[in-house]
Design a protein around this ligand. Sequence first.
Ligand code: SR1
Ligand code: MG
Length: 403
Amino acid sequence: MSAYHPLTEQEAIQIAGSLEGFFPAGAALQCREIGDGNLNLVFHITDSISGKSLIMKQALPYAKVVGESWPLTLDRARIESEKLLLEGKLAPGLVPVVYKYDAELALTVMEDLSDHIIMRQGLIAGTRYPKFADDISTFIARTLFFTSDLGMNQQDKKMQVKAFINPELCKITEDLIFDDPYTNSPNNSFDPAIQDAAEALWQDNGLHFEVALLREKFLTNAQALLHGDLHTGSVFVTPASTKVIDPEFAYYGPIGFDIGAVIANLLLNFAGQEHWTADADQRGDFRRYLTDTVRDVWNLFDKKFRALWDEHGLDRIASETPGYKDYYMNRLLQDAVGFAGCKIVRRIVGLSHVIDIDRIPDAAVREKAQRLALTIGTSLILNNRKTQSIEEVIELANSAASK
Ligand code: SR1
Ligand code: MG
């Protein structure tokens, strides 16, 4: 079965059964393909006798969301499994355990997290996650610090940059996030009701200037090894646990991109609350929970990254020069704000939306949420280089929601 081909459920069972020491002898394995993402097959395999289970994720040679006309490298499966293993060392307990990687089949066998829920679904259901901000800030701070020039040997880092070159997946981001939404691209997809708002994006030169600067950072700033797609669909949660999945977009890029992804997706849910919480008081409460989480994610990240720098910083001049650390951290905040804005805008007018907004059944409410998200997204982009505090992000979201 070694030559690459997309697996059937039966073949997935065969591979799972041959994994040494995982399922007991006599296991009764069952399999379901449960992939609902944009790119891959995901097999859920359970043994109805022992109750043991695992996940097998297989990359397809094309983008599933579009079809075979959009070929995509299988090397992303290697990148994903290597990144998961590295994350498991740098941020133990915050990613699924990898049991096996099969390069030929572009297949990663990993821990089943079915006792968790995808965070986007949890937020839509109105669930709060008290551990999330602490866990995700630990994940971001540790995985980014220890893969940056501040926290790892700078010659080794250059070799790591090479191992994680990911041009095809980066091109998806470069196009879908940093180009298409700002022009009349055939990749775009949006509700006809917001045609005017989409066209306004195409014509706003001030906005394009900021997006061009952010795009340049994404293209050139090899600051740390990013997750690369850290939205709330890439996080499994329970109120007591957080697990980050799906790092196939990993590459060396600007640190603010991962932080911005988390902020963007909390704010997309904030915009979607137009529908998900019908009662106005409760909506205000849930929005406050979301903005409190945005604040906590940034503040805890800032505190933890600085502490890692103080304790483990390897770059003499960066560590000893007064003012440099504050300058660096403020630049990360500004980048995170700009990237968050770009990530919000693409989910409203570009390819691949989010269910926080798209599943709103009432067309008028959905339109209101879309316009709110666009106002928040564009304001974040336009203000990114002026931002001095995370409070400005929260004020901006609240003020857009109050109109
Ligand atoms: C063609 S892939 C579309 C999107 O799915 C992934 O989750 C990334 O966000 C990508 O931009
Ligand atoms: Mg993904």
